[in-house]
Design a protein around this ligand. Structure first.
Ligand code: T5A
Length: 232
């Protein structure tokens, strides 16, 4: 449970009731199906009567969306991975303050398409920013707002890039998507290593199958980990 939703005390000093809000993040490589699965999960939870806030990174607040354009357009690339990591952290700090923390505090479920594990992988494991620096930026950006559950959609690199290219059509690929397949392969392995290191937070879903099967596997993972009944 997120501390932000539980740490305040009531005026009489008694601990407030535990709010039903939960924070779920989705991670994975390019074209893994994160946006699609996030939307489907949100719909399923709304049908159960939950308030659900869907958001994404980089972005999710006015300030962070402005930084998104700088990062994905490649304008910051020349300054190196550390500068990019600082920008991702600045965007994340605004996103947490303006969107995620308030939603959790009122008891909403927040589903975020990418969060700090993407920085650990893209700027850390494959960007050569040290783990210590990544951890420091993470601490500054999120404070106590950490995911209750992280769904890692695992898909072979070739399949993910194929899907991303098909969806993009004639549009230009972003600064990270255009990188070499070997870099994407290292990212896939780095995400899986994070999941192995934190098995209680992560659920790994095979995302190489058809959309309905992946969506059901995500739902099963969310229900079993967060204590929901699978069937209505
Ligand atoms: N980044 C981000 C960092 O470097 N550091 C950070 O800290 C953060 C937060 C963000 C980029 O920024 C980097 C990582 C990224 O490179 P983005 O534009 O937000 O970029 O895009 P991504 O998060 O990379 O997501 P993608 O747009 O690549 O794809 P998704 O969201 O994983 O996939 P989705 O749902 O859009 O699906 C892609 C296509 O595949 C189809 C869909 O219909 C769609 O056409 N599809 C399937 N097809 C067959 N079978 C399935 N099971 C399918 N699921 C979806």
């Amino acid at each position: 449970m997120n501390d932000a939703a539980t740490s305040a005390s009531t005026s009489d000093g008694a601990a407030p009731p535990r709010t039903p809000g939960r924070f779920i993040t989705f991670e994975g490589g390019e074209g893994a199906g994160k946006s699609s699965r996030v939307a489907e999960l949100a719909e399923r939870l709304r049908r159960r009567g939950y308030e659900v806030v869907v958001t994404r990174e980089p972005g999710g607040s006015v300030g962070a969306e402005a930084v998104r354009h700088v990062l994905l357009g490649g304008a910051a690339e020349a300054f190196g991975p550390l500068a990019e990591a600082l920008l991702f952290a600045a965007a994340r700090a605004d996103h947490v303050d303006q969107t995620i923390r308030p939603a959790l505090a009122r008891g909403a479920w927040v589903i975020c398409d990418r969060f700090y594990d993407s920085t650990r992988v893209y700027q850390g494991a494959t960007g050569d920013v040290s783990a210590d620096r990544v951890a420091l930026l993470e601490e500054i950006a999120v404070d106590d707002v950490r995911p209750d559950l992280t769904v890692l959609l695992d898909v072979p690199v070739e399949e993910g890039l194929r899907r991303a290219a098909a969806r993009r059509g004639d549009a230009v690929a972003d600064r990270f998507e255009i990188e070499d397949a070997t870099v994407h392969e290292r990212r896939r392995r780095a995400f899986l290593a994070l999941a192995r290191a934190e098995p209680r937070r992560f659920v790994v879903v095979d995302a190489a199958t058809d959309p309905a099967t992946v969506a059901d596997a995500v739902w099963y993972g969310v229900c079993t980990r967060l204590g929901l009944a699978e069937k209505d």
